[in-house]
Design a protein around this ligand. Structure first.
Ligand code: NDP
Ligand code: AOF
Length: 620
């Protein structure tokens, strides 16, 4: 049951949770009354702490698949016996396995083979729901034949055509399947769930954005340079750091550099010092003004692709082809088209090791998801020395892209900073699709699930829509405040707010003065499509915060709306837009329903701090 009303708690911060936090909170939030009853029954298995520890271990085992399995995700399976007399999880493990490469035995089969007879009556821990596909059912069959009696799953499979299939198949064989966030809601699973999201980040990004998971990596001196002004750059970071780079390459399907880096560094871009996977090397060059001889043209080291502008230096293209280098022509050579091409080739993860010019272009194209910086305690100076990221069109520090879930690590003399530009997308829709509901909770009939949908403002809960006529007073970037006619006006305008361009400011004014939310939406969407360069570079990451700020202000401005929201306690809220599969739930629950999630997040925050004076459920 939700915490008692009126429980004093500090006012929650305004900023919305990052995606990972949102994923956790919507999965591990206070269970609805029905689920709470189920959760209060003591689990007939080892404690949640053991399960969380072993699930975390399965994610670590899955990480050994990194770079080897594309286009399949990283799969890990740990089989453990629930021995009660010891607290150490290690002594519980009887078998482990990870997917070594496409077409090799699956993790579940390998773990079952290692466990042998000890698998009978044991529990299998999987970072990700088994991905048996194309009629193959090896993973499920391996667990059933090994005599596994319980399976703990970190994430449902992100791909719609696979999601829920293996879970249903295992349950139909009488195996107990506990899915984190559905059957296991204890906050103890937070770390384990985060490790499952992180180890499958490549698959999640690829499924969500239809481009490979892209990591920008560079080595930088303490004064922010990636080379001397002469272009000389070896070496900035130390041997141990460069060893980590070889590992990073070994986990990537491709490594990308720009034409200048080839001209200045003549790089090899191989994952030397470690055996196993060798990434494809990609050069992006519009001019094709590249050296006749270069390490990258030696395809005995690794495969090389040169991406160039259609028709560039055909004679040189032929020379490269004769060396075994693959040349791919693009009408307009740009990072997004190259990433779409890599997506089509099945790449899961790409490492950008380019200079600042191409890095800026890739960030502006929103194809960079994570940044890894090796900072060395060195000063090189140089007015014209190259820097890690070139022109992004930002003139105010307040426009800076804030890395999310960032972390620091010291590596010998260097400092490693890594963080996400675009947080890990959580693909699990809050509303299970119709065929999933029975497998989520057999007691629930698909037609009784307490899902509250809203879409048009005249629906019963239409006031939850961003188009509802509830003006909101919001501070602007200069601290002045403005009365926005609706949440939609505010949201659409903020695609262009802060962009230092008169045209962008004009669009913001147009949207402010739009006569209706529909008109505001039309202006915002059409201008975004026609003038992508006028949209703020960090829009993909900040749009959740912008929306959360606006709905928070809306509900705190209109107490009746807050009461209406509280009256939905325990129900799943779905914005039933069939078109917008990010904010909406889609026709069959395939949408991500982020507006519904934010409203539920807001509701659970209010439930924690709601003043006792106002009764829940009063007329709106
Ligand atoms: N310390 C570190 O980690 C690293 C340092 N460096 C250093 O950085 C310097 C090179 O930096 P930089 O000049 O920025 O080189 P880049 O690696 O960014 O290459 C820029 C070139 O990329 C090509 N390109 C293709 N498509 C695009 C696009 N859409 N946008 C932009 N460029 C595109 C063009 O090549 P073309 O002109 O052929 O058409 C362009 O000139 C070198 O001194 C190198 O040593 C480089 C990488 C990492
Ligand atoms: N100078 C520099 C880096 N430079 C990057 O590494 C590339 C050289 O790779 P390779 O030829 O395989 O050794 C170079 O082209 C550039 O992309 N990287 C780092 O981790 N630390 C460094 O100090």
């Amino acid at each position: 049951m939700p915490p008692p009303l009126g429980a004093a708690a500090p006012a929650p911060a305004v900023t919305a949770p990052s995606f990972v936090h949102l994923a956790l909170s919507t999965r591990l939030r206070v269970p609805a009354p029905r689920a709470a009853a189920a959760a209060s029954v003591p689990a007939p298995h080892s404690s949640d702490a053991h399960d969380a520890l072993l699930l975390h271990r399965a994610a670590d085992v899955a990480d050994r698949s990194a770079g080897l399995t594309s286009p399949h995700p990283n799969f890990g399976c740990v089989i453990a016996r629930p021995q009660r007399e010891t607290d150490s999880a290690d002594s519980l493990v009887v078998g482990e396995g990870f997917l070594y490469a496409q077409g090799t035995p699956c993790a579940e089969l390998l773990a079952a083979q290692e466990a042998g007879e000890h698998a009978r009556g044991a529990t299998a821990y999987l970072n990700l729901e088994p991905g048996d596909c194309y009629g193959d059912s090896t993973a499920v069959r391996s667990l059933v034949q090994a005599g596994i009696t319980r399976v703990v799953v970190g994430l449902r499979h992100p791909l719609k055509h696979l999601r829920g299939k293996a879970i249903q198949a295992l349950r139909s064989e009488g195996i107990q399947v506990d899915v984190v966030g559905e059957d296991l809601q204890n906050i103890l699973f937070e770390e384990a769930l985060k490790s499952c999201l992180t180890v499958n980040a490549p698959m999640l990004y690829r499924a969500a954005f239809h481009v490979p998971f892209s990591v920008l990596k560079y080595a930088m001196t303490a004064d922010g340079k990636i080379a001397a002004s002469s272009g000389h750059a070896s070496w900035i970071s130390g041997k141990a750091s460069r060893g980590r780079v070889f590992e990073l390459r070994g986990r990537s399907d491709a490594v990308i550099v720009g034409g200048n880096t080839v001209r200045f560094d003549d790089p090899r871009l191989t994952a030397r010092h470690i055996e196993g996977h060798v990434p494809v090397r990609i050069v992006m060059s519009q001019s094709l003004n590249l050296p006749e001889e270069a390490n990258l043209w030696n395809v005995n080291d690794a495969y090389t692709i040169v991406a160039t502008q259609r028709g560039a230096r055909r004679d040189f293209q032929k020379k490269l082809a004769r060396k075994g280098v693959e040349v791919v022509e693009f009408d307009m050579l740009n990072p997004r088209d190259v990433m779409s091409y890599c997506y089509d080739r099945g790449y899961l993860s790409v490492l950008w090791e380019c200079g600042g010019t191409l890095a800026a272009s890739a960030i502006s194209a929103s194809v960079i998801h994570k940044v890894i910086v090796f900072m060395a305690p060195k000063i090189i100076g140089g007015l014209n020395a190259p820097t890690p990221v070139g022109e992004l069109g930002m003139s105010q520090m307040t426009q800076a892209i804030n890395l999310i879930d960032h972390s620091y690590e010291q590596i010998d003399r260097d400092m490693l900073l890594s963080g996400y530009i675009q947080p890990i997308p959580d693909l699990s829709p809050v509303i299970p699709s119709m065929d999933e509901i029975p497998s989520v909770d057999p007691e629930i009939s698909p037609y009784e699930t307490n899902i509250i949908s809203f879409y048009k403002t005249w629906d019963t809960f239409g006031a939850f829509s961003n188009f509802s006529p509830h003006p909101i007073h919001m501070p602007d970037e200069n601290g002045d405040s403005f009365m926005w006619p609706s949440v939609e006006h505010y949201y659409q305008a903020h695609k262009f707010v802060g962009v230092d361009n008169p045209q962008a400011r004009t669009i913001v004014q147009e949207i402010k003065l739009a006569k209706s939310p529909e008109e505001a939406a039309r202006i915002g969407r059409t201008r975004q499509k026609r003038f992508p360069e006028l949209v703020r570079t960090d829009w993909e990451t900040t749009k959740i915060d912008v929306m959360y700020r606006a709905i928070k202000q809306k509900f705190s401005t209109y107490p009746g709306l807050t009461n209406m929201l509280l009256s939905t306690a325990g129900s799943v809220l779905v914005e039933a837009s069939p078109h917008d599969l990010f904010w909406g739930g889609g026709r069959e629950g395939e949408g991500l329903n982020y507006l519904g999630r934010l409203l539920m997040q807001l509701r659970s925050e209010i439930m924690g701090t709601f003043p006792a004076s106002v009764k829940v459920g009063e007329a709106a």
